[in-house]
Design a protein around this ligand. Structure first.
Ligand SMILES: NC(=O)c1ccc[n+]([C@@H]2O[C@H](COP(=O)([O-])OP(=O)(O)OC[C@H]3O[C@@H](n4cnc5c(N)ncnc54)[C@H](OP(=O)(O)O)[C@@H]3O)[C@@H](O)[C@H]2O)c1
Length: 228
């Protein structure tokens, strides 16, 4: 059975990934930064004995490395899901927000990739997945704004392209996903897609992902692709 590690697992898309993979019988390593506050995740753990919980603030690179040292088992699918979005205008762009958003959305996923390379390489599936966003697509940016978020996801995409090339010799595949506009705290109540549908779609894309060595495909949850 696959072992799947998910960051930002306490709510939104991360929580739904945990629910669906656990229901499917996978060994789920669910990470979130505040286990005491993660009541829905704790409730899922009560329901399924194939879920293990770990504290992980992805902006803390020491925590990333110590979790990688602690976990000895192969990881078939690592899902870099944790993310943040801060609304902002050009005139009030905050350096702190830019730095924090890059830390969570771009730097953390590549540090996760580096720390967990051995776990992925020792697994059967060897699949590194990042939840990116079509808002990180330069060609699809027709409305501007969201400086920190858009640029951090574009950086994530480039970081993962390099990683895919560097990790290809170990058989590791790298996949970028756009989950749709999903009704979560980040997506808001106007969003058009439910988390259940988004995760069902993304699980299907992950299941069928067969890139060439070093190739990265930027898929939508429904199987379409996003232009870079
Ligand atoms: N919803 C959408 O429409 C949409 C569209 C495109 C892409 N995405 C991407 O999908 C992913 C999940 O988003 P979502 O919609 O589920 O958002 P969400 O409901 O706001 O959840 C964000 C998750 O990320 C976690 N997180 C934030 N900073 C963290 C940190 N430093 N360490 C660990 N965890 C951290 C949050 O944990 P806390 O509870 O501790 O804050 C939470 O679990 C993100 O990467 C997002 O950019 C979402």
């Amino acid at each position: 059975m696959d072992t799947i590690l998910i960051t930002g697992a306490n709510r939104g898309l991360g929580l739904e990934f945990v629910r669906q993979y656990a229901e499917n019988g996978a060994n789920v390593l669910a990470c979130c930064r505040d286990l005491a506050e993660a009541s829905e995740l704790q409730a899922l753990k009560e329901q399924y004995n194939n879920i293990k919980l770990f504290a992980l603030d992805v902006s803390n690179t020491e925590q990333i490395q110590s979790l990688a040292n602690e976990l000895k088992e192969p990881i078939d699918i690592l899902i870099n899901n944790a993310g943040m979005l801060q609304k902002e205008n050009l005139q009030d762009l905050s350096v702190d927000t830019l730095l924090q958003t890059f830390m969570v959305n771009s730097i953390a996923p590549i540090k996760m990739a580096a720390a967990f390379t051995p776990h992925l390489a020792n697994s059967k599936r060897k699949c590194l997945v990042c939840i990116s966003s079509s808002m990180g697509s330069i060609s699809e940016n027709l409305s501007g704004g969201y400086y920190s978020y858009r640029s951090s996801k574009a950086a994530l995409n480039m970081l993962m392209k390099s990683a895919a090339i560097d990790l290809a010799s170990q058989g590791i595949k790298v996949l970028l996903l756009h989950p749709g506009w999903v009704r979560t705290r980040m997506g808001g109540s106007e969003a058009t897609t439910e988390a259940v549908e988004s995760i069902q779609g993304m699980r299907k894309v992950i299941e069928n992902y067969q890139p060439a060595a070093g190739e990265v495909i930027f898929y939508r949850y429904d199987g379409g692709t996003v232009k870079w």
